[in-house]
Unconditional design. Structure first.
Length: 349
């Protein structure tokens, strides 16, 4: 009985050894990673980096030079449209206004006297000459013109003084203030850099090879650090290409109007160039580019590798649209170099 048990055990060991030898000696079909072609909705996307820029940004410069006598805001402060940003010493303009007003009052007195003289001569009737009456009428007309001229001088002097007071052209945030109170400034001096940070724009540069596919109104997605993905639209496409960089400037505007983000922040932008409801899209890495055109390697129903010519939309993305050469259900090698045509392989999970 014991001998019989030993024989059965020995036979089992021998069988296991034989199976192991067969497994090692007999060649096995290599496993390759594949993807199955499917017809499904797909997007053609152009992904670029861009920078946040204010929708409105302006340098506040004085129209006339002088000493800063009021500078109420600093970097980071919010201001409202029409709010006074700074005042420049307006002493000369104030003196000019006072002088112009005094001149107006003097001319009013002169004109009043001329009108009284005219009325007196007109009342004399036949006891005066027509020439004397016309001279008085001319004096009144000239006095009235002179009064209007002097009143215009007052308005002009006030306008010159008002130019010494700078107001915010729109509501926004002070980004820079490179001057200090009491400093003398000129017409080229920057008092403030003011920006509207609400609903900012994103500026991207698009290579000329792909820029013709972009148009205003095109949908986009913007990925903002800590805020996630936000919907957006193409607001502007520069009509010219920069000859030095070979790129066109494109401005993207976020759909949400209440979003405030730092100016200059780098973000990722996905431009939705095209969307197809029925398309076959495969990884770009699965395509062999040769002198004879684009080809892919597939596994046929017998497990052998075949090669087939395809046409696709050449676009800088990981997934591309295949326009001809593939059908739903085709099994394509992720890596064409993993097996040669004619080899028998098995699809890896």
């Amino acid at each position: 009985m014991a001998r019989r048990t030993q024989l059965i055990a020995g036979g089992g060991v021998a069988l296991l050894l034989a199976l192991a030898a067969y497994w090692l000696i007999v060649p096995r079909e290599p496993a390759v990673a594949v993807t199955s072609a499917q017809i499904a909705p797909a997007e053609r996307v152009l992904t670029l980096n861009g920078r946040i820029r204010p929708r409105l940004e302006i340098d506040i410069r004085p129209p006339a030079g002088g000493e800063l006598v009021a500078l109420p805001f600093d970097v980071g402060d919010r201001v409202s449209e029409g709010q006074i940003l700074t005042r420049i010493d307006d002493g000369p303009e104030t003196a000019a206004i006072a002088e112009a007003k005094a001149s107006v009052e003097a001319q009013k007195a002169t004109l009043a006297q001329a009108r009284r003289d005219l009325a007196r001569f007109e009342a004399l009737g036949e006891f005066t000459t027509r020439r004397e009456v016309e001279q008085r009428r001319l004096a009144v007309a000239e006095g009235d013109r002179e009064l209007r001229r002097r009143e215009a001088s007052v308005v002009e002097a006030r306008e010159l003084r008002d130019r010494r007071t700078l107001r915010a052209p729109f509501s926004g945030v002070i980004l820079e203030r490179p001057v200090d109170l009491g400093q003398s400034v000129g017409t080229e001096s920057i008092i403030y850099r003011l920006a509207d940070l609400a609903n900012p724009e994103i500026r991207i540069e698009v290579d000329e090879l792909y820029s013709t596919a972009i148009r205003p109104g095109m949908a986009a997605r913007v990925t903002i650090p800590e805020l996630g993905v936000r919907p957006a639209r193409v607001a502007h496409v520069e009509p010219r290409i920069d000859p030095e960089t070979g790129a066109r400037d494109v401005r993207i505007r976020l759909n949400s109007g209440d979003l405030v983000v730092p100016s200059g922040l780098t973000v990722s932008v996905d431009l939705l160039i095209e969307r197809r409801e029925r398309a076959i899209s495969i990884p770009r890495s699965a395509i062999l580019q040769t002198g004879g055109g684009a080809r892919v390697r597939l596994i046929d129903p017998d497990g052998r590798v075949t090669e087939r010519a395809v046409q696709f939309v050449d676009w800088p993305s990981e997934e591309v649209f295949v326009t001809s050469g593939l059908a739903a259900g085709d099994r394509i090698l992720f890596d064409p170099s993993a097996a040669r045509p004619g080899e028998r392989v098995r699809a890896a999970d």
